[in-house]
Design a binder for this molecule. Structure first.
Ligand code: ACO
Length: 319
């Protein structure tokens, strides 16, 4: 019972911004950015919006799976950069694709959004009332950047990706285990979209991050979360085909691989091309891996995300 992934899709904006492009507006270099983060380029949504990218993903999912929009009963979008506070991105997607039988809402868990969404959708499908769901991570993070702040402007990018999932009524378990944690006491280490800044010039609407603290948090909490989830499920890390980690910094991914005593071959990386796309990061990676035929039915895959909140989340799934 529960969530079975049927298809995946991704959408990227047209404009690509390289590290060299950023050196024209910021005191930075390709060497600093590549060495410290692994990022070489990112996409920037100019005409595209969070919802237009999410709609594109939903349309691709329907087309690929030959599903009529009326057959979708649940749409969840994970985002920290919605077009509006209301309506939700998910409601805009629902209206645009004509999924008249679907209920739709957004979730806000920053870069853990997709992992939190997997858990929510799995539980809702498991409950039996919903049969087919679309889960999308969509972000236009470049709109939340202060382009004069080199410590954050070089890190983030825009994209959307998602999955079509159905409730599988067999006895197979597709979402084998999960662990979601929130550390609200550390929330001020990463903030974005502070609406108080609309009235108070002393506050910032843009990304504010204590990079060191988030780095320490991620390199401690992500391996801890993964090891707990696998131990509880009686799965040895070596049995996992791929660990799809949130793409925030290649050094964080390498540190997690080291702590799990595993080779980087099991940790695919696309941060070089996308930068940090928050809730879109793991579904983008999944969509690319599936398109390349690197993940097959029956493979055990781990998703692990971390970020604003602060939050951490891990899902172990059988694809
Ligand atoms: N170009 C050149 N120099 C820079 C840049 C830049 N873009 N940014 C900072 N520097 C300088 C700093 O000013 C500093 O200079 P100083 O030593 O003269 O003071 C120096 O580089 C070192 O800066 P640090 O911030 O100490 O660099 P660090 O090695 O910690 O790397 C980074 C910074 C990449 C942000 C790292 O801390 C990191 O990745 N942290 C994790 C962040 C993260 O994962 N955030 C995503 C959370 S996801 C979400 O929810 C959205």
């Amino acid at each position: 019972m529960g969530l079975r992934i049927i298809d995946s899709a991704l959408s990227t904006p047209k404009k690509v911004v390289t590290n060299d492009d950023l050196t024209k507006i910021l005191d930075t270099s390709d060497e600093w950015i590549s060495k410290r983060t692994g990022i070489k380029q990112r996409y920037q949504a100019v005409e595209e919006t969070t919802s237009s990218m999410a709609i594109e993903v939903a349309k691709q999912l329907l087309e690929k799976s030959k599903t009529d929009p009326s057959g979708i009963d649940l749409i969840v979008v994970a985002t920290m950069s919605p077009d509006y506070m209301s309506p939700s991105v998910a409601a805009i997607v629902q209206g645009s694709i004509g999924a008249t039988n679907a209920m739709a809402f957004d979730i806000s868990a920053a870069c853990s959004g997709f992992v939190y969404g997997m858990s929510i959708v799995n539980n809702m499908l498991h409950g039996g009332k919903f049969k087919k769901a679309i889960l999308i991570g969509a972000e236009k993070l470049t709109r939340l950047l202060d382009w004069t702040d080199r410590s954050t402007a070089v890190l983030f990018g825009d994209a959307a990706a998602g999955i079509l999932a159905e409730n599988d009524s067999s006895n197979s378990s597709y979402l084998i285990n999960e662990k979601l944690n929130t550390y609200g006491n550390m929330g001020q280490y990463l903030t974005a979209g502070n609406v108080a800044a609309l009235d108070d010039p002393a506050q910032s609407y843009f990304f504010q991050m204590n990079g060191r603290k988030v780095y320490e948090f991620a390199t401690k909490r992500v391996p801890e979360s993964i090891l707990t989830v696998l131990r509880e499920a009686n799965i040895d890390p070596s049995e996992v085909k791929y660990f799809l980690l949130h793409q925030a910094n290649e050094r964080i991914i390498k540190s997690v691989a080291k702590k799990l005593d595993l080779s980087m071959d099991k940790f695919p990386v696309n941060i070089d091309r996308f930068g940090n796309t928050a809730a879109a990061s793991e579904p983008v990676l999944l969509a690319e891996m599936l398109a390349d035929g690197k993940i097959n039915r029956g493979d055990i895959i781990v998703f692990s995300g971390f970020g604003g909140g602060l939050t951490v989340g891990t899902n172990v799934i059988k694809y």
